[in-house]
Structure formats: structure tokens, C-alpha cells
Ligand binder design. Structure first.
Ligand code: COA
Length: 334
């Protein structure tokens, strides 16, 4: 018997049907399939279409599937945390809207904003609730409708992002498996390189903010690229050292998917075989808070009880970090 751990007992994800290919992007901006593939690794991404559909649609679809797959009664869920930077609206929060849409009448919920690191921050937060012993079923979601803040006239950003949502169920178990440790960081000096300025309290929406395209994501790619490699590599190194682990002890790194070249550089830096880094950026692009749970969902069948996993991310803020998990079940049993 181990201590009370927050264990991921189920994972599910949802990506919308519409596929935006590199070829279609060639018709929108001055770019080409070859450039996008070689500079980013992305081949296509999904877009959520439909009037009035926001991030809660992505979150709700992921959560409904999770409830069904795990045989969970929505009335038994205590808490839902939604990591997102594309909330349906300023308020109410997307977690509360998602709880309502999925029948979780007894749950409370809140959103967590940490850009591409949102899922790491939300999972760490959810784990603490579960470890307290007071919360038996906690759902942690990462979901973003990035197409809602994309400038489809800016080739340097619109090729990178996509829409999607993923969710995990956390439950308390007396177990050697589950959430083991995390190292999280943020540094507001990164604001200048990656942000969306308009529509918040500093620059409320006006005709001028719209004319100046302040409601779109802005990114200065090169400094973000360098900081992402450094942030993910250093947090993984520190987490391994803290837990007396070597790269050989790790079955998979499940990273945020921002650019395949970033993942190659992180693997090189750590001397970690790229074959054990989960990569699916070619299919979905960067779905911000959703990349890690979508990746976990796609990798679930390959995961085995006792596998040591490292989740890692870097994003706007800057925010970054890594989580160490001992996976609790054989994925092919599902
Ligand atoms: N198609 C064709 N050419 C493009 C292009 C596109 N979609 N986007 C940019 N270019 C051009 C640039 O205009 C530039 O041309 P120039 O040399 O004539 O000025 C050239 O390609 C190189 O641009 P640069 O921005 O230096 O490319 P890059 O190799 O840094 O790749 C990113 C750009 C955005 C893919 C890369 O910087 C990146 O992935 N950054 C980090 C993203 C990230 O991690 N975000 C994390 C937060 S989630």
C-alpha cells in the first residue's frame, strides 16, 4: 500500500471534424506546405465551425466521452477545472458552463489561465484537491478554440494553431501510482513575445482595438522558440534530478505540441530518444491547453501500468514546467 495519490483513471479527447490542411492555408496566406512541414512539423489542424460554438463545446464533448468511457455518473463529480485562454466569454467561466452542459449538477468549477502550460497547472491543482481526501472525482480539462483568436491574414501564426479539447478523471487511490511531482514556473517578462492584448481590462474592446488587430494572438516566434526549448529541457532535468530518475527510467515524454523542431531540440538536450517522445503535432497543430490531454488520449493504448511519464509544456506568460506521473493502468484494457 502507498499513500493517497491522485490517479488518472481515464482520459478522453475531442477534436472537431473540420480539417484545415496546409494546402487550404496556401489559398489564404503566402505560405506553402513544404515550409510549414519543415519549419513546424504540422500537416493539418482541426477547426470548430458553427455559430455560437465556443470552447465549452470542445470541453463538453471531451467530458461527455470521459463520463461514458469511465462509467461515471455526472452527479458524482465534485470539481471540474478547465484550462483555457479562449474561454466562451469573460464570465461565467467555461468550467461552470461545461458542468451545466454535461449534467454535473453537484460539481463546482473554475477556469485556469496559463496558456500552453494550462493543463500542467490545472492537473497539479486538481491533484492537490484529490490528495486532500475531500474530493473523490475531479475532472481536469484542457481546451482551446484557437481559431477564435487567429488572424488568418498573418502567416506567421495562423499556420500553427488548431482547436481541440481533452479531459482526464482524477480519483484518490492508496496506490504507488498516480501524480508524483511537478515543477511549475512563470515569468511575466515573456508577455512582450506572446500575447493577445485586446478585450481585457487594460485595452477593453473598441473600434480602435479591432482596427489594430488587438483581438488576435501575437507571437514573436524566435525568442519564444528559444525560451521553449530552454524551459522544457530545464524543468524536465530538474524534475528528474529531484526524483532521482534518469532518462532511462522514463517510458514516455508527453509534451506540449508547439513545433516539432522544439521537441527534437528538447530530446537532444536531454539525450532522450525521440522515439519515446509522443508527437502528434502533424495532425492537430498547437491546440494550446489541449495538446497534452489529446496526446495522452492518443497514446493511452501504448501506456502500461507503472510507466513513468513526464508531461511538459511551455507557453504564453511565459509559463512552463513538467509533471512526473506513474501511469496506473494498461491502456489496452480499455
Ligand atoms: N510560410 C512561409 N514563410 C514564412 C511563414 C509561413 N507560414 N512564416 C514565416 N515565414 C518566413 C518569414 O517571413 C521569414 O522570412 P524572411 O527570412 O524573408 O524574413 C522566414 O520565414 C523565417 O521566419 P522565422 O520567424 O525566423 O521562422 P522560424 O524558423 O523561427 O519559424 C515559427 C517560425 C513561428 C514556426 C517558430 O519561430 C516557432 O515555432 N516559434 C515558437 C512557437 C512556440 O513554441 N510557441 C509556444 C507557445 S505555445
Amino acid at each position: 500500500m502507498g499513500s493517497l495519490k491522485a490517479v488518472i483513471t481515464c482520459v478522453n479527447a475531442y477534436v472537431p471534424d473540420y480539417i484545415l490542411t496546409n494546402k487550404e492555408l496556401e489559398t489564404l496566406v503566402d505560405t506553402n506546405d513544404e515550409w510549414i512541414r519543415t519549419r513546424t512539423g504540422i500537416e493539418e489542424r482541426r477547426l470548430l465551425k458553427g455559430e455560437g460554438k465556443g470552447t465549452s463545446e470542445l470541453a463538453s464533448q471531451a467530458v461527455l466521452g470521459l463520463l461514458e468511457k469511465s462509467g461515471t455518473d455526472p452527479l458524482d463529480v465534485d470539481l471540474i477545472i478547465v484550462a483555457t485562454v479562449t474561454a466562451d466569454m469573460h464570465f461565467p467561466d467555461t468550467a461552470t458552463i461545461t458542468a451545466h452542459k454535461t449534467g454535473m449538477k453537484n460539481a463546482f468549477g473554475f477556469d485556469l489561465s496559463a496558456a500552453c502550460s494550462g493543463f500542467l497547472f490545472a492537473l497539479t491543482t486538481g491533484a492537490r484537491y484529490v490528495e486532500s481526501g475531500n474530493y473523490k472525482k475531479v475532472i481536469v480539462v484542457g481546451a482551446d478554440k484557437m481559431s477564435s483568436i487567429m488572424d488568418f491574414e498573418d502567416r506567421s501564426t495562423c499556420i500553427l494553431f488548431g482547436d481541440g479539447g481533452g479531459a482526464v478523471l482524477l480519483e484518490p487511490q492508496e496506490s504507488p501510482y498516480g501524480f508524483m511531482d511537478s515543477i511549475l514556473h512563470s515569468d511575466g517578462a515573456g508577455e512582450q513575445y506572446l500575447h493577445m492584448k485586446g478585450g481585457g481590462s487594460r485595452y477593453p474592446s473598441t473600434h480602435e482595438t479591432v482596427d489594430k488587430k488587438m483581438h488576435y494572438l501575437f507571437q514573436d516566434g524566435r525568442p519564444v522558440f528559444k525560451a521553449a526549448v530552454k524551459g522544457m529541457s530545464s524543468s524536465i532535468s530538474a524534475l528528474l534530478k529531484k526524483n532521482a530518475l534518469s532518462p532511462d527510467d522514463i517510458s514516455w515524454i508527453i509534451p506540449h505540441q508547439a513545433n516539432k523542431r522544439i521537441l527534437n531540440a528538447v530530446a537532444d538536450y536531454l539525450d532522450f530518444p525521440i522515439e519515446r517522445v509522443a508527437i502528434n503535432i502533424e495532425k492537430y497543430g498547437n491546440t494550446t491547453a489541449a495538446t497534452i490531454p489529446i496526446c495522452l488520449w492518443e497514446w493511452e493504448k501504448k501506456l502500461k501500468e507503472g510507466d513513468n511519464l513526464i508531461l511538459t509544456a511551455f507557453g504564453g506568460g511565459f509559463t512552463w514546467g513538467a509533471i512526473y506521473i506513474k501511469w496506473a493502468y494498461n491502456g489496452n484494457n480499455n
